[in-house]
Design a protein around this ligand. Structure first.
Ligand SMILES: Cc1ncc(COP(=O)(O)O)c(C=O)c1O
Length: 375
């Protein structure tokens, strides 16, 4: 009964791990901010509910939100993206799906970093595309020469994710530019997942769209404003790319039939998130930085690790003890929930992902347990 398309993808390894949790577990596996959504955003959505804004919105989102996103892209990223070239989606997740479904035919190749965020591979498989892994070096850099060599006449897209899940790596300007050049030279589209843009410590964020038109920009509110359950994300593209392929119109077809629109009152909350004070974003960032430092200092004498520049994950190499799966199981048996790196692709086999989207005191307790286990 079940389609091959569905049978061919696996449930996320992360879910299996969480089924092993007990009530005493300290959760370093979680992929979402532990903070409440800031109150002014909640009020924005409540007001919309009280005003009866509970109906379908235009497919691509309320014009006010698309205008605010367009403004954000100008102010934060110096990009010119017209509000008409923005689609408000049900999270960045839908934006990823729309992008791949709109572009990928059976047998088309999609370059995806290995390790990389779990959805990229599965969504590509759902679209019957072929995954071409981009290996990362021990500092989580993409090998540009290898990317060049892996381009064929079937290559359709390159997925980029900076800051990255699970590595916390923020790509340098030169690295992004080099990939943009490859995209331009070979008529490939970069799908740029920028969902962790606001959670970045010492470096600067660059969108590939600053260097090439061949870019679909994906972002959202889940991580920046602690709004994971609101399910609001977006796609932005520039006018040149849209003119070339009618991308927005084509994506809108899938969005319309699959989703109709993003939740009406959640869109008003997102509008408040963009137009209200950004102090909340900075406060969360400061707390994430404090926890990152705690985590890095607590783990660096036990495991080999690269200090993460962004997102809220540390991804240490644990191979001096065992592979990532064995180490994760040992940790989970000792009430520390974490994710084996293999969940993010074969390149993560010797790694474990620890999230620090968890209370500072819990991270302190977890570090004590971890360091006692691996003395
Ligand atoms: C890299 C990356 N992209 C996209 C998403 C999904 O975000 P959203 O909640 O907006 O669907 C996540 C969530 O963990 C993520 O880590």
């Amino acid at each position: 009964m079940i389609s091959n398309r569905c049978k061919n993808i696996e449930p996320s390894e992360i879910r299996k791990i969480f089924n092993m949790a007990t009530k005493d577990s300290i959760n370093l596996g979680i992929g979402e901010p532990d903070f409440d959504t800031p109150q002014h955003i909640v009020e924005g959505a409540k007001k919309a509910l009280d005003e009866g804004k509970t109906h379908y919105t235009p497919n691509n989102g309320i014009p006010e939100l698309r205008e605010a996103i367009s403004h954000k892209l100008k102010i934060d990223n110096n990009l010119d993206v017209d509000a008409n070239n923005i689609i408000t989606t049900c999270g960045a997740s839908e934006a990823l799906m729309l992008s791949l479904m709109t572009l990928v035919n059976k047998g088309d190749e999609v370059l995806i970093s290995n390790p990389g965020f779990v959805s990229y591979n599965s969504l590509t498989q759902l679209c019957e595309g072929n995954i071409i892994p981009m290996k990362l070096d021990e500092k989580f850099n993409i090998d540009i020469e290898e990317v060049k060599n892996s381009i064929t006449n079937k290559t359709k897209c390159i997925m980029l994710n900076s800051p990255a899940n699970p590595t916390g790596k923020v790509m340098d300007k030169s690295e992004i530019k080099a990939i943009c050049d490859i995209a331009e030279d070979n008529n490939i589209i970069i799908i740029s997942d920028e969902i962790y843009e606001k959670i970045i410590y010492d470096k600067k964020h660059y969108s590939p769209m600053e260097f090439t038109d061949n870019c679909i920009l994906i972002n959202g509110f889940s991580k920046s404003h602690a709004m994971t359950g609101w399910r609001i994300g977006y796609i932005g593209i520039n006018e040149n790319l849209n003119k070339k392929y009618d991308l927005i119109e084509n994506m809108t077809k899938i969005h319309q039939y699959g989703f109709a629109c993003a939740t009406s009152f959640a869109q008003y909350g997102a509008l408040e998130a963009l137009t209200g004070s950004q102090n909340c974003v900075n406060e969360m960032l400061n707390e994430f930085r404090r926890r990152r430092d705690l985590m890095v200092n607590g783990l660096k004498n036990t495991f080999k690790l690269t200090v993460p520049d962004g997102a809220f994950y540390v991804f240490p190499n644990v191979e001096e003890y065992d592979n990532g799966m064995e180490i994760s199981q040992k940790l989970i048996e000792n009430n520390i929930l974490c994710v084996p790196g293999i969940a993010f692709g074969s390149g993560g086999e010797n790694y474990v992902r620890f999230s620090y989207a968890t209370k500072y005191e819990d991270i302190e307790k977890a570090l004590e347990i971890i360091n006692n286990l691996f003395e």
